[in-house]
Write a protein that binds this ligand. Structure first.
Ligand SMILES: [Zn+2]
Length: 336
């Protein structure tokens, strides 16, 4: 069976960070930048025929404050940490006056771009593992998410949990709502879903360290691991790409990380030098402007004996022992 590359993005604007970022904070510039970045990404996805899932906060669908308030569920979570409650958030009248809390134009643009799926990031950026929330409140939030999406012609099929707080006890609610897939966490203790209070600084540091020095083969997901006993599909996260400014050291690091991650050491070596010599014409990875998934495949040193039944290759880059599966080698199967 061929492999697959799954791209997913969270569309949340201020709703995703409102508990710790105010709109006059420096970080708010990044939120405003999303309004330029999203159309640019959609153009790129369309140009390269790339599919992507956009996990969207349900409140962003609203065209006006009146519509927003009409969609609010009657039953709401009573978080022990009152800062997490989104319902007291001041909002403007509509998207023109408050582009950080309304985004129907972005939703419409995504929906109008081929191969783009709009998923839910819950209605209110709901925290499924926080003290004070309960099943009834989640059910109401889910109903509101489904209804707000349906009002705009969107049928929800998948979910990304805010802050990855998956609560397995709610699986049956998802199935009943027509949700078939969720974005799960990578394997390992450090990625175990936990409430905000338990996501301590050491846990965050370990997650960051693992992102830049991946320690094992755990990121590649086998097809037979996707379907869960609950009836849902766990589309596990494997490679978080951070937004970086082009030309900075972090940009070079992120690009090299992507190349090394896919086992294309030749591409990685050329990353600073410009074009690839093997004739690629499309860009589907961060390898560089003239590098392609097919290009990565041709560039990489590949052991014939390591080829698997599913078509994946094993990484032969010396730092990783032969036999370990590398995660973004999936890049090379995109064109198959
Ligand atoms: Zn979020």
């Amino acid at each position: 069976m061929p492999g697959a590359l799954v791209l997913s993005l969270d569309l949340e604007l201020h709703w995703g960070v409102r508990d710790h970022v105010t709109l006059d904070a420096p970080y708010a510039a990044n939120l405003r930048g999303a309004r330029d970045a999203i159309p640019a990404m959609l153009d790129t996805f369309a140009a390269y025929e790339a599919a992507c899932t956009w996990a969207t906060v349900g409140m962003l669908f609203a065209r006006s404050r009146a519509e927003l308030e009409a969609m609010h569920p009657a039953r709401r979570p009573r978080y022990a940490d009152a800062r997490l409650d989104p319902y007291g958030e001041p909002v403007g009248d509509d998207e023109a006056r408050d582009p950080m809390h309304f985004a129907p134009s972005l939703v419409a643009r995504i929906a109008g771009t081929p191969r783009q799926e709009i998923a839910t990031h819950t209605y209110s950026h709901y925290y499924c593992l926080e003290p004070g929330q309960d099943e009834a409140a989640f059910a109401a939030d889910l109903d509101a998410a489904v209804a707000s999406a349906a009002l705009h012609g969107v049928h929800l099929r998948s979910i990304v949990y805010p802050r990855n707080q998956r609560n397995a006890a709610y699986d049956r609610l998802l199935r009943a709502a027509g949700i078939v897939a969720y974005r799960g966490q990578p394997r390992g203790w450090v990625h175990t879903p936990r409430g905000g209070g338990a996501t301590t600084l050491p846990v965050r540091a370990l997650r960051l360290a693992e992102a830049y020095a991946p320690a094992g083969p755990s990121y590649l997901v086998r097809w037979d691991e996707v379907a869960q006993p609950s009836g849902l599909c766990d589309v596990r996260a494997s490679f978080f790409v951070r937004p970086v400014r082009e030309g900075t050291a972090m940009h070079a690091i992120e690009r090299a990380r992507a190349c090394l991650g896919c086992g294309a050491r030749s591409c990685a070596r050329r990353a600073s030098g410009g074009s690839c010599t093997c004739g690629g014409t499309r860009t589907t990875s961060a390898c560089g402007p003239k590098r392609t998934s097919r290009c990565c495949e041709r560039c990489s040193t590949r052991s014939p004996s390591a080829a698997s039944d599913t078509g994946w290759s094993r990484c032969r880059w010396p730092r990783w022992p032969t036999g370990r599966w590398r995660h973004t080698s999936r890049e090379r199967v995109v064109d198959r």
